[in-house]
Design a protein around this ligand. Structure first.
Ligand SMILES: *Cc1c(COP(=O)(O)O)cnc(C)c1O
Length: 455
């Protein structure tokens, strides 16, 4: 198809995710045809630096020889076979590799195909775990604790533990019950609170809500360190550890949703490691195949597993599975992705890029239209504000975050904002000079977008 024909069919037939299609039709988004390293190329011959890791999943770049090769070799053997009643070589090898690398004690691997399903599986496992451990006298564990402004995916179960009103409100009646824990990110601090005062309030609420509900809580789910889709909201140091202490004390399984933060993005392979936390469930997706293929993992412990370990006629089986569970091509891509962390010393690269980003972001500290700038590892949120002093937002209809995206695109950089939070998420493997280039272009795009809109 010619570029114009592709555009016509896209506008007519492809319904894009998280997209108001009326605006999309006028926007002529790049139609990507190929990619190499950290650059995407469209059908009109333009190249773009991939500034958000293709929505937070790319790790070592595109068209990576080692990952391409691993998939090709697997393709010459078999693309997919089921894990229902059969096993497969790549899914076994990957399980071994993940158990070796993950926090100690996470010994069981359940495969699926997206972050949403990885979370859905953890929720269902936690629920069934209690149901099978409990005697029928006690209260059922049918309540989940989640963070205010959290995001765990878009299936109904994962939306039930989501806390972002504009995404989740409309589905209210379809959802199961959850209890929301106040988010300790500074962004939420109401007027009149000092930083220390707000953190103390959050800590008290955390403990109060756990104590109050612990007999009904099936699990506590959290995005460790950074609540991504909520706007790159960063938890204060030690918060995750505190959540682990309290959940352990009250016998509540902890689900760490590392779909976004896992695979090196916060500086360690898994975000939980940075606070020496061992969750009861660890969810991985996005980066696990290097951003190549849909694959997700729900890891759990022997203790959780033991409640399912019984004779077939006891019906304690986990009755859940997806057709493409443990897909061989995806597992081969994941194995190659993990290996590259060693051979390319990707975590060292993240450390270097973390430093580059933090230096560059300091250039924005007196910017009249930049509010809070948040960074953890190579995850960055730059909040745009109408007025720095009063921290007031731009009117929503100005779509300032989106205007910055359009300006950056003109200069050859792809980013995607969260409202008026400009997100930078260079892939963990991106070379430092490209991180500088990303900052150069995005900072200029912020100025240019504001100049055009505010003038
Ligand atoms: C993206 C994301 C999900 C959902 O993953 P999908 O593969 O898009 O379903 C879940 N949790 C977190 C923290 C995410 O960032």
């Amino acid at each position: 198809m010619h570029p114009e024909e592709l555009r016509r069919v896209d506008n007519e037939h492809v319904w894009h995710p998280f997209t108001q299609m009326r605006a999309h039709r006028d926007e002529n988004v790049p139609i990507i045809e190929s990619a190499d390293g950290y650059f995407l190329k469209d059908v009109n011959g333009n190249t773009y630096l991939d500034g958000v890791s293709s929505l937070w999943c790319n790790v070592h770049g595109h068209h990576v020889p080692e990952i391409d090769q691993a998939i090709r070799e697997q393709l010459d053997k078999v693309a997919h076979s089921t894990l229902l009643g059969l096993a497969s070589v790549p899914s076994i090898e990957l399980a071994g590799e993940l158990v070796r690398r993950a926090p100690t004690g996470l010994t069981k691997i359940f495969y699926s195909d997206s972050g949403s399903t990885a979370v859905e599986i953890a929720l269902k496992m936690a629920f069934q775990f209690h149901a099978q451990k409990q005697d029928s006298e006690t209260q059922p564990r049918d309540l989940f604790a989640c963070m205010q402004d959290s995001y765990h995916g878009d299936t109904i179960g994962s939306v039930s533990v989501g806390g972002i009103p504009i995404f989740h409100q409309i589905f209210g009646k379809l959802l199961f019950e959850s209890v929301q824990i106040p988010c300790p990110a500074a962004f939420h601090r109401p007027d009149g609170y000092t930083e220390a005062g707000y953190l103390e309030y959050c800590d008290q609420e955390l403990e109060r809500l756990i104590v109050e509900n612990h007999q009904r809580l099936a699990a506590f789910i959290i995005e460790p360190l950074v609540q991504g889709a909520g706007g790159m909201l960063m938890h204060p140091r030690g918060y995750l550890k505190r959540v682990r202490e309290l959940t352990a004390r009250y016998g509540i399984p902890l689900i760490a949703d590392e779909v976004a933060v896992g695979l090196g993005r916060t500086g360690t392979m898994f975000a939980c490691e940075s606070e020496a936390v061992i969750p009861d469930f660890l969810c991985l997706a996005k980066g696990i195949t290097g951003g190549y293929l849909p694959l997700a993992v729900t890891m759990t412990t022997d203790d959780i597993f033991s409640a399912f370990d019984a004779e077939p006629d006891e019906y304690k089986t986990f009755f859940h599975g997806h057709t493409y569970t443990g897909n061989s091509l995806a597992c081969a891509a994941a194995l190659a992705t993990l290996k590259l962390f060693d051979t390319h010393q990707t975590l060292e690269n993240v450390t270097n890029n973390t430093e580059i980003l933090s230096k560059r972001l300091s250039e924005l500290k007196d910017h009249p239209h930049v509010g809070e700038v948040r960074q953890q590892g190579v995850m960055v949120g730059i909040e745009l504000v109408e007025e720095r002093e009063s921290n007031s937002s731009f009117p929503a209809e100005m779509r300032m975050g989106h205007q910055v995206t359009l300006m950056a695109r003109k200069q050859g950089v792809i980013i995607r904002p969260l409202g008026d939070v400009v997100v930078l998420m260079p892939a963990p493997g991106m070379p430092g000079d490209l991180v500088h280039q990303l900052c150069d272009i995005v900072f200029a795009a912020i100025d240019e977008a504001i100049r055009l809109q505010v003038a």
